[in-house]
Write a protein that binds this ligand. Structure first.
Ligand code: XMP
Length: 321
């Protein structure tokens, strides 16, 4: 019988076998997967795990403090936060190609971890790197038999060849719903376990066009409003996730008061899914859509239009890049 607690026991034993008396570092991305992977490894090897949270500047509003406060409170894990916002912004400057963005972000992540590892050397030798790779990530990155490479998920593809770590991937055989159950089993709070999936490359792949600080501010503000309204409407459990996408190179004419505006559209991408391999667009109630649209166009000056993505996966992927 493949129960959640047997998954936990098996994985804890497997991690102990792999890591022995070594030390591991784990990058927390702000998503469910890395949080659960870290909690599993923490269960297995205790304070020989150090988590590194990279603030790459591509985070959602409030995310950094959520990790630093809620996750640490739930697990008691050793946490180091690295402020790498400038580094990521300059590496991404002017880059518009989605795959190139993903590769750059993945590469910079690893580089930052390696730097963090060097900084941690005083406490011992960190040889292992924990990653929250799920089964669908493995399949979609071409790791599964006979599948095409659709997107290079940054926690699978794009690793530099001179990688100095051995990977620990305790979620590699699991789907998202199993990961959530494992998280609850490990005592993580609902706010972490049931938060929307968030891609490792963060808001960087939700800006269509080049990424810069101002565009990130705009998207972060719109995303926060959409999440607030979905939560207020009690819809968090009904949707899989609702990316908000900024069409940064598109402008349209609008009117506000007596003034003409020439602002950007954002796209709402609410989807329902079991495992993210396929998805249907979610029929959100019109009044909720209206509140999100009204608030975003009132409160985010750069945005003058809110549009709804009604494409299923396939043919559309969940993220736009
Ligand atoms: P797509 O866009 O491929 O997304 O339909 C499927 C699910 O995966 C998330 N996603 C990622 N997660 N690293 C991650 O950890 C990534 O590079 C990445 N890209 C997409 C996406 O949010 C959706 O839940």
């Amino acid at each position: 019988q493949w129960t959640t607690s047997s998954i936990v026991e098996e994985q804890v034993a497997a991690i102990r076998r792999q890591v022995g008396d070594g030390r591991a570092i784990c990058g927390l991305s702000g998503g469910v997967d890395s949080a659960v992977a870290a909690a599993l490894v923490q269960r297995a090897i205790g304070d020989r795990l150090t988590c590194v949270f990279v603030d790459h500047g591509l985070l959602r509003a409030g995310e950094r403090s959520q990790v630093e406060r809620d996750f640490v409170a739930a697990t008691g894990v050793n946490l180091v936060t690295v402020d790498a916002r400038e580094r990521f912004l300059s590496a991404l400057a002017g880059v518009t190609d989605p795959e190139q963005k993903r590769k750059i972000i993945g590469r910079e992540f690893i580089r930052v971890f390696e730097q963090a590892e060097r900084d941690l050397k005083a406490q011992g030798d960190y040889r292992f790197l924990v990653q929250g790779t799920l089964y669908p990530d493995v399949v979609e990155s071409g790791g599964g038999a006979g599948t095409a490479n659709i997107k290079s998920h940054h926690n699978v593809g794009g690793l530099p060849e001179d990688l100095q770590f051995e990977l620990v991937e305790p979620l590699r055989l699991l789907f998202k719903d199993e990961v959530r159950r494992v998280g609850l089993e490990l005592g993580l709070p609902e706010t972490i376990v049931h938060r929307q999936p968030f891609p490792g490359p963060g808001l960087g792949i939700r800006i269509i066009g080049a990424v810069d600080a101002a565009r990130l501010e705009t998207l972060r503000a719109a995303d926060a409003i959409a999440r607030e309204e979905l939560t207020a409407a009690g819809l968090d459990r009904d949707i899989w996730q609702c990316p908000v996408v900024l069409l940064a190179d598109v402008r349209s004419v609008g009117v506000q008061g007596d003034g003409r505006t020439y602002g950007h559209p954002v796209v709402l991408r609410p989807v329902s899914s079991e495992d993210a391999m396929t998805a249907d667009w979610t029929r959100l109630p019109y009044d909720v859509l209206e509140r999100i649209s009204t608030r975003i166009t009132n409160e985010v000056p750069e945005v003058n239009r809110v549009v709804l993505d009604v494409t299923s996966k396939p043919p559309g992927t969940i993220e736009w890049e």
